[in-house]
Ligand binder design. Structure first.
Ligand code: CUA
Length: 334
């Protein structure tokens, strides 16, 4: 290899490593924050270490043979041909077989463990997740919760979150890299998984299955809170929002133009994202920050297609005045 070849091989390696990190959720998988993700990382590490050791030994032998038995000056004719060495054949059949057992046993055990159904567990929080183009619906099934929310899944730390996942339209895939592996959502099917978060934090969630124009924008958050904060959030969600006088005009516009699709009580479903507790959402449409000046909300209401191409809301043709009133109202949904 000449210098240029080495250089391009170097850049290719850097490119591949960068891509691998990007594809694993910018390293989120390598930084687990819950027992499921941690156990999954242990499986990855086990396979990875075994593969690296095999790689080093195989390539070591390969290069040794390449150098040791190379054709030397003055050497002519075909070298001595060796085949059918039983001892060697047994060694290189048995070793990979043992290595596969070492990988297979924990993989199978954990695969069954990750499929444990906690939906009937009294101590678990039971949530139905529905993927929509291009947002996520979270419905708390437990009778004393009974809430519906969108794009932000609020959970208590240290508790099993039993998820039942499905889709309202096409295939999506639910993925929170720091909490656990992906799970597809299929129309007409219920897939189950569970997650658990160690610490109160906001975890990035992604749709991991190409599902249309705004697949890459089908983001969500899992917000883990302490048990007390979680209970406070739930009771706040259950309480009816008190709309002050200055937001009443916005409420009227919302009732006339938006309410047929967007419920504002977490006991109602609505065909599109439930906006109960909107004031507390960290993101507008799951994409841009829900900033206090409502720059992003204004952009969204002016032209949703600009923010999330191909979404079902489209351009509602709201006037600037209507948007101003709606912003006031939405910020009162507490
Ligand atoms: Cu939903 Cu990609």
């Amino acid at each position: 290899m000449n210098m240029n070849r080495w250089k391009s091989a170097g850049s290719l390696t850097v490119f591949l490593i960068t891509m691998a990190l990007l594809l694993t959720g910018c390293g989120g998988v390598l930084d687990p924050k819950g027992p499921v993700a941690r156990e999954q990382l242990q499986l990855i590490n086990l396979s990875f270490i075994i593969m690296i050791v095999v790689l080093i030994i195989v390539f070591g032998l390969f290069f040794y043979v390449l150098v040791r038995f190379r054709k030397r000056k003055g050497q002519t004719g075909v070298p001595e041909q060796v085949e059918g060495n039983h001892k060697l054949e047994i060694i290189w059949t048995v070793i990979p077989f043992l290595l596969l057992i070492v990988i297979a046993v924990p993989t199978v055990l954990y695969t069954f463990k990750f499929a444990t159904d906690y939906t009937k567990d009294k101590n678990a929080i039971h949530v139905k997740v529905t993927g929509h183009q291009f947002w996520w619906e979270f419905e708390y099934i437990d009778k004393d919760l009974g809430l519906i929310t969108a794009n932000e899944l609020i959970i208590p730390v240290g508790k099993k979150i039993a998820l039942e996942l499905t889709s309202a339209d096409t295939l999506h895939s639910f993925w929170v890299p720091q909490l656990g592996g992906k799970m597809d959502t299929n129309p007409g099917l219920i897939n189950k998984m569970y997650l658990e978060a160690d610490v109160a934090a906001i975890y990035q969630g992604k749709c991991a299955e190409l599902c249309g124009a705004s697949h890459a924008l089908m983001n969500f958050k899992v917000i883990a809170k302490s048990e007390a904060d979680f209970a406070a959030w739930a009771s706040r969600m259950k309480a009816e929002a008190v709309i002050p006088e200055e937001a009443k005009a916005g409420e009227a516009i919302f009732t006339a133009k938006c309410l047929s699709c967007h419920a504002v009580s977490s006991e109602d479903r609505g065909a599109y994202p439930n906006l109960d507790g909107y004031a507390y959402r960290t993101r507008v449409a799951g994409v841009h920050p829900n900033d206090p000046d409502a720059v992003n909300l204004r952009e969204w209401l002016s032209n949703t297609d600009h923010v999330k191409p191909g979404n079902n809301m489209g351009n509602q043709g709201l006037t600037d005045d209507e948007i101003n009133e709606l912003i006031k109202y939405l910020h009162e949904l507490k």
